[in-house]
Design a protein around this ligand. Structure first.
Ligand code: FAD
Length: 566
């Protein structure tokens, strides 16, 4: 089957999920939430780039949704009686990617505003399931559509800035294309828009307007990801719970907190999904027997949180937290680019950890498909019988090498220095050196990684002799340390010697807890009302499922804490 045949099959199989007809009961539930309007042929229902779209139900007549590009119109869908127009942008509050207008002589529509439809999807039985499934499926079809462009980035081939915009939109799940300046299409577009290589990268918005050399914030603004947390002239925003970090821990907490009716704001500095979002295939997550991509898993969680009313803004790097012991709003947070102060009754810190990355050419391409940050039975299976590389000279590298040597044909332990016992416990370094199929490569660095979709080979350099050699391998285990993202926190929030946040019994002695009437919650930090969950927490299991569990559990703690404040 060719790729085009596969696409055709996919579109046929998914048609009924993406475009279900609303039944009488569903129409009756929506009717009181919306406003009826009668429009004439050619009148717009909404335009590309417009934000805060609601749901449009077609009651009579015919409509069409299209993408306009360089004077041509690509029809994406037509709608008739009982169909509805909408996309996940409606849940996320991001910008419309296409334009909708009336096709028939006249049409009658029911417009349900964004806020009302989100609440209805969460609360009205029989409505949320089919509509949300349809919106998700429509987006999947759109992402697969070869003719659909979405936002377009024109960039020089191999431009780092261009790749960063591409990665940012990718991780935030905004449909887009990266067009190389050097390509025929790139040349034609630049000529038409009078762009020179100095203007690149340039972002073409959904209505075709060029934005030269945009920052990530500007791109986020265009895509509708950057949402105003405060209304104009507001110097403060108040909420029950602020979640800092939207990896698995933060997203799970957002779903549970918002579904419990807590006014929840999620601050994410780059893209929801966190480390899990960069994992191509998670095989050990509960409920997905054949695995799921980290991006898909976390995207679903994000939509769920939106549906329950959690408020997101991306990028929103949290810069600082001030703690006010004993006050109802215990924390005030400053956010990059946001003039208002965010005041929260409780805060969940779910900022995870940043694994130190190997400085090797091509490494990014193989994250999760050859470059790993953990060595468990799962990764062990992946490289059974092969020669694998472990990079790092600490205990985690030693443990990984020992573990992997049980199944792999050979493990090459690559260290930058020449003394293994310098950073590794002596018992472990002795064991490593005694194991027959572990070879220690001293004064060695990985320079380059190559392969097709999966890692196939690495280039190693001996830094003493500068000799280079290429080694075939399916896996590099990067064990060069992880840094918790905690440098923005005040000293009152106690951390362990590596900077991970202490919680529960480890902080029960803290001054703020001595005056408290309630015992320290298991995920509560040295400051009552401030919680930590996931990889950022001292002693946490660095796994997706563990982070999700902690995120959910933290919300139970938040509710208990809120019950005692007031
Ligand atoms: C390549 C890779 C593959 C993996 N594969 C698996 C696997 O197969 N199975 C498994 O169980 N685990 C896997 N893991 C581990 C798993 O992804 C992590 O344990 C999990 O993501 C931790 O979740 P978290 O929410 O605690 O933190 P993170 O996922 O690290 O998320 C933290 C979030 O906080 C944001 N943030 C940080 N600082 C700030 C700030 N100041 N303001 C606002 N936002 C901020 C970050 O941008 C990030 O999005 C993998 C990890 C990696 C890197």
């Amino acid at each position: 089957m060719t790729d085009e045949d596969k696409d055709d099959q996919f579109y046929r199989d998914t048609e009924s999920i993406a475009f279900p007809k609303l039944d009488d009961r569903q129409l009756a539930l929506l009717e009181p939430l919306g406003k009826r309007r009668t429009l004439q042929r050619g009148e717009f229902i909404f335009k590309a780039g417009q934000r805060d779209l609601g749901l449009t139900v077609i009651l009579r007549g015919e409509t069409e949704v299209f993408e306009a590009r360089e004077g041509t119109e690509q029809i994406l869908a037509t709608g008739r009686e009982r169909d509805f127009i909408g996309d996940v942008a409606m849940l996320q509050g991001t910008s419309a990617l296409a334009t909708a207008r009336v096709k028939s002589e006249q049409a009658e529509i029911l417009e349900v505003p964004a806020g009302k439809i989100r609440r209805a999807l969460a609360e009205l039985p029989g409505l949320g399931g089919p509509i949300v499934n349809a919106l998700i499926m429509r987006r999947r079809r759109l992402m697969r559509d070869r003719e659909f462009a979405g936002l377009r980035i024109i960039a020089l081939r191999d431009s780092r800035e261009g790749r960063q915009l591409d990665d940012f939109l990718d991780k935030n799940r905004i449909p887009h294309r990266l067009i190389e300046f050097e390509s025929e299409q790139g040349q034609a577009l630049c000529q038409r828009l009078h762009l020179t290589s100095r203007d690149l990268p340039t972002l073409l918005t959904a209505n075709g307007a060029p934005l030269r050399g945009p920052s990530l914030r500007e791109v986020a603004q265009v895509a509708g990801l950057l949402r105003p947390l405060a209304y104009e002239n507001e110097s403060e925003i108040a909420c029950d719970l602020t979640i800092v970090g939207a990896g698995p821990a933060g997203l799970a907490a957002a779903v549970y907190a918002a579904s419990e009716g807590l006014k929840t704001v999620v601050l994410e500095s780059y893209a929801p999904g966190g480390q899990a979002g960069s994992s191509s295939w998670i095989e050990n997550f509960f409920g997905f027997p054949t695995g799921i991509s980290g991006g898909d898993l976390t995207y679903r969680a994000q939509l769920q949180a939106y549906r329950f009313g959690a408020k997101f803004s991306t990028p929103a790097q949290t810069l600082s937290l001030d703690y006010h012991d004993g006050e109802e709003y215990r924390a005030s947070l400053q956010i990059e680019g946001c003039p208002a102060t965010l005041r929260a009754k409780c805060v969940l810190i779910a900022t995870g950890a940043d694994y130190r990355r190997l400085d090797a050419e091509g490494r990014e391409q193989f994250e999760g498909s050859g470059v790993y940050y953990a060595a468990t039975a799962f990764e062990g299976q992946l490289c059974r019988g092969a020669t694998v590389i472990v990079a790092g000279g600490g205990n985690s590298a030693g443990q990984a090498a020992m573990f992997l040597s049980e199944g792999a044909a050979k493990v090459l332990l690559v260290i930058r220095g020449d003394d293994l016992s310098k950073n590794m416990s002596s018992y472990l370094s002795r064991r490593v050196q005694a194991r027959e199929n572990i070879e220690l490569l001293r004064r060695t660095e990985i320079r380059k990684m190559t392969g097709n979709k999966m890692l196939e080979a690495v280039e190693l350099e001996n830094t003493a002799t500068h000799e280079r050699r290429v080694l075939e391998t399916p896996a590099v285990f990067s064990m060069i340390g992880a840094m918790p993202c905690t440098d923005w926190l005040p000293p009152q929030i106690e951390r362990d010697e590596k900077g991970f946040i202490k919680t529960g019994s480890a902080v029960a002695h803290a001054p703020a807890w001595k005056q408290s009437k309630r015992p320290t919650g298991p995920l509560e930090t040295s400051c009552p009302g401030i919680f930590a969950a996931g990889d950022v927490r001292s002693g946490s299991v660095k796994r997706c499922a563990a982070a999700v569990g902690e995120g959910g559990m933290a919300v139970a703690g938040v509710q208990e804490a809120l019950g005692t404040f007031a």
